[in-house]
Design a protein. Structure first.
Length: 79
């Protein structure tokens, strides 16, 4: 399964499940931060680590994830 398929599954199954009933939530800044962390954790798992030129491995940064997903984050989706 390729990255686009996995991201599509995330957008159509996981995101609506997590945000179910969000119209009635009172979100604090802490809640918003936790939702963003949850979403980034899933996307990092999908894309996996990056290999540096020296052969070491590292996780993708938040900016790299935003560039790859090319979509609104979970908070903008909810609002």
């Amino acid at each position: 399964m390729n990255y686009n398929s996995k991201i599509q599954i995330c957008k159509t199954i996981i995101r609506p499940t997590v945000t179910y009933g969000s119209e009635t939530w009172v979100l604090t800044a802490s809640d918003e931060n936790q939702l963003k962390i949850f979403e980034r954790k899933i996307v990092r798992n999908i894309y996996g680590p990056t290999q540096n030129p020296d052969g070491t491995w590292r996780i993708k940064t938040n900016d790299e994830l935003r560039q790859r997903m090319k979509q609104e984050d979970i908070i903008k989706f909810m609002k």
